[in-house]
Write a protein that binds this ligand. Structure first.
Ligand SMILES: C[S@@+](CC[C@H](N)C(=O)[O-])C[C@H]1O[C@@H](n2cnc3c(N)ncnc32)[C@H](O)[C@@H]1O
Ligand SMILES: [Zn+2]
Length: 272
């Protein structure tokens, strides 16, 4: 078995056994019943429940399970598959409940290793229940419990970005694949709810120590026929908490909605 995780106490490699992970200095970390391991030290835990809370996680899971973002899932899988070397390691940093992680693990050859890390325990637990191929850990992208130059492809889908850590864990020549919302993503939802809707800001593509390789755009208009799908989608967005009461009221009244989904997949290669 290929060992991937580092001890959050001393930084030594952790060895996995049936029920736990242990390092050479005998620090040990039990696996949860679903299989993930919690490697988030208390000092990195800035909230009682860091990351997405159970309500946000369930909203996203219920929405994604309807297949509305399947076009992104497929495009991402294709991008990963084409770049993964034989025997390579994939890391999904900020993997949530593993909607994209599981599919990537399913399509990669058996000799590849998949890891998913998220700071939310609820999300990691759900991911781990549904996917036995990937090794899941609770941890932060700002202190990844993964050794230097171990990762062949690092995927980051709408998750926090940590330049120093991504650079540290990637092998020379390894790939960073990032998915971000495009300018018009969810435009019709925003215009239906907000007094003053704004387009998403698409940032500058340059990243130090990475060579920008390719941008892939994927777009699809989706039809939401159930009010709960509209609410779940809204709950997944960063603006859910910045909405005024009268804008929330408009959201509550929506019964169906046709909305554009638009994503950019940005592909970078770490300099050799
Ligand atoms: C918008 S969600 C995306 C989840 C998943 N990639 C997806 O697209 O379904 C962002 C995720 O980042 C996680 N997150 C937030 N801060 C984090 C951190 N410091 N380290 C790791 N994950 C973090 C959240 O818990 C959440 O699951
Ligand atoms: Zn240790």
């Amino acid at each position: 078995m290929r060992e991937m995780f580092l001890c959050p106490v001393c930084g030594e490699m952790l060895t996995e056994s049936e029920k736990l992970y242990r390092c050479a200095k005998n620090h040990s970390f039990d696996k949860a019943r679903s299989g993930y391991v919690n490697l988030l030290p208390v000092k990195q835990k800035h909230a009682k429940l860091p990351g997405d809370n159970p309500e946000m996680v369930r909203a996203r899971r219920d929405f994604l399970n309807q297949g509305y973002y399947q076009h992104l899932q497929e495009t991402l899988c294709e991008a990963v598959k084409n770049r993964m070397p034989s025997g390579g390691v994939l890391l999904d940093a900020g993997c949530g409940e593993g909607y994209y992680t599981k599919k990537m693990a399913d399509i990669l050859p058996e000799d590849c290793t998949c890891i998913g890390i998220d700071i939310s325990k609820t999300a990691t637990d759900l991911a781990s229940r549904a996917d036995k191929k990937t090794k899941y850990a609770v941890g932060s992208v700002f202190h990844l419990p993964v050794g230097e130059k171990q990762v062949s492809v690092l995927v980051s889908v709408f998750a926090p970005y940590c330049h120093a850590e991504f650079l540290r864990v990637l092998k020379a020549g390894g790939f960073l694949i990032m998915a971000i919302p495009a300018e018009k993503h969810l435009w019709e939802l925003k215009t239906a709810v907000y007094d003053k809707p704004y387009e998403n800001q698409v940032r500058d593509y340059e990243l130090e120590n990475f060579v920008f390789q390719q941008k892939i755009t994927t777009e699809k208009e989706i039809f939401l026929s159930r009010p709960e799908d509209i609410k779940n989608l809204f709950q997944m967005t960063p603006y859910a908490y910045r909405t005024s009461p009268h804008e929330k009221e408009r959201l509550e009244k929506l019964e169906t909605l046709s909305v554009r989904t638009a994503f950019e997949i940005l592909i970078y290669q770490k300099e050799a």
